[in-house]
Design a protein around this ligand. Structure first.
Ligand code: KE4
Length: 428
């Protein structure tokens, strides 16, 4: 396959957009080469500006769980758009999607809609700080909660010291209130509570990590966080921007059986339009303006066009819960197929999978946290990525991302992907 037009379009884009993209991971910096410009998409396939058809395993980084241009979602958007796209007033669509989300997700009474996962996580942390009157938060190395200052923090000298900024523009003042621990390491979290007694407003965690590849925590980790939070009157925030409405109707809380205090959403909940949300039991959510003291706002929050897309998406998932089993089975087929090929050719590799999230790591060691994810071979991943792209298969352009399976993928698409993997690794 050739991507000449994408290459030219990328040069043009870089003249007027920093790095030619509106989100860094799209620029292929991690894997080399240039990004692919997509013209349209339908079902499991992307159609790029060079006329190539690509099997899509990113699905806009999660939202397209039913495949691209899913008819009921498109219909909802086009019908609603004709009535106006945003009024800056309450609409019945907001109440409808809120009632639907509350009925699908355990342990929430109220939900506030925003415009991105970043906004949802940023607002959830402010709400936790306001509700507890505490300032510090705990996050985990390798977990990503969007680009709000409090999250762009890396471990200081030791893994559990005060955080330091990992981006210019983030101040030391902000960084000092973010504490870091290694994912899946309960002892480090207990140590942080010991060193910062009564200072910690919340722990924010991806209940299944998706930003260092896909990593399911060991059993007992999330339960341990729940206990530590209960013991210290700290709120537990599950960042379900990736896992919400993907791992199950009720997300990771339902699949893993652990309850958080605040849950954040994005991606699937918007049906492909810009929507984020955060939700909790009533006594916490009532701390939010206009009824409570914690301020949070947004011009386009809950706009009818995005709400209509989200309602169509959530209705499909709510009315057809068998979809979750279907996408998990497709992901298992992909996993077993790739695993048998990688083993046959003795390629040091490990595949992580939870539901319809999956990632391939070129390492003989299990990938259980950021350090083990980083220890895998980036060089082999880049060869793997470009080898698949050359055969019309589009996976995430970074070894630290997760693949997202859509229900539009057929067994033939999956088997073609496994054959393409064999074509690559048989030459290593
Ligand atoms: P957004 O602000 O990008 O909508 O959501 C931020 C976010 C929050 N929490 C989790 C667990 C997330 O994965 C994300 C965003 N995910 C990335 C993919 N790793 C989006 C892709 C991108 O940054 O372009």
């Amino acid at each position: 396959m050739q991507y000449k037009r994408s290459s030219a379009l990328f040069s043009e884009a870089q003249q007027v957009i920093p790095g030619g993209v509106n989100s860094p991971v799209r620029a292929f910096k991690g894997v080399g080469g240039h990004p692919i410009f997509i013209n349209s998409a339908k079902g499991a396939y992307l159609y790029d500006e060079d006329g190539n058809q690509l099997i899509d395993y990113i699905n806009s980084w999660g939202p397209m769980i039913l495949g691209h241009a899913h008819e009921p979602v498109v219909e909802a958007i086009t019908t609603t758009a004709k009535k106006g796209t945003s009024f800056g007033t309450p609409t019945i669509l907001e109440t409808e999607i809120a009632q639907l989300a509350v009925s699908m997700v355990p342990n929430i009474d109220k939900i506030r809609f925003v415009n991105s996962g970043t906004e949802a996580c940023m607002s959830a942390v402010r709400l936790a700080r306001g509700y507890t009157s505490r300032e510090k938060i705990i996050k985990f190395a390798g977990c990503y909660h969007g680009h709000s200052d409090s999250f762009l923090i890396q471990a200081g000298s030791g893994a559990i010291t005060l955080g330091v900024p990992n981006s210019p523009g983030v101040t030391a003042g902000t960084a000092k209130d973010t504490l870091l621990a290694d994912f899946d390491n309960l002892a480090q979290v207990a140590e942080l509570f010991k060193n910062h007694k009564d200072e910690i407003a919340c722990i924010i965690v991806e209940p299944v990590a998706g930003n260092m590849g896909c990593i399911r925590p060991s059993s007992g980790f999330l339960e341990g966080l729940r206990t530590l939070c209960d013991d210290h009157n700290t709120l537990l925030i599950f960042d379900e921007v990736m896992t919400g409405f993907r791992l199950a109707k009720g997300g990771a809380q339902e699949l893993l059986g652990v309850q958080a205090d605040i849950i954040t959403f994005g991606k699937v909940i918007g049906g492909g339009l810009p929507v984020g949300a955060f939700a909790a039991r009533e006594e916490i959510m009532n701390y939010l303006a206009p009824i409570g003291p914690v301020y949070q706002a947004g011009t386009l929050s809950g706009n009818p066009l995005a709400m209509a897309a989200g309602i169509a998406m959530l209705k499909e998932l709510n009315d057809h819960p068998e979809i979750f089993k279907s996408i998990a089975a497709k992901t298992e087929r992909l996993h077993l197929g790739m695993e048998s090929v990688l083993k046959k050719h003795n390629i040091p590799s490990t595949i992580n999978r939870v539901g319809s999230m999956i990632s391939v790591h070129f390492s003989n060691e299990p990938v259980v946290d950021f350090a083990s994810a980083a220890a895998a071979s980036g060089e082999r991943f880049n060869l793997f990525f470009h080898g698949l792209l050359a055969q019309g298969i589009y996976i995430a352009p970074s070894a630290f991302e997760t693949w997202f399976i859509s229900d539009a993928l057929s067994n033939e698409d999956i088997d073609k992907t496994v054959r393409a993997v064999e074509h690559i690794v048989s030459q290593w």
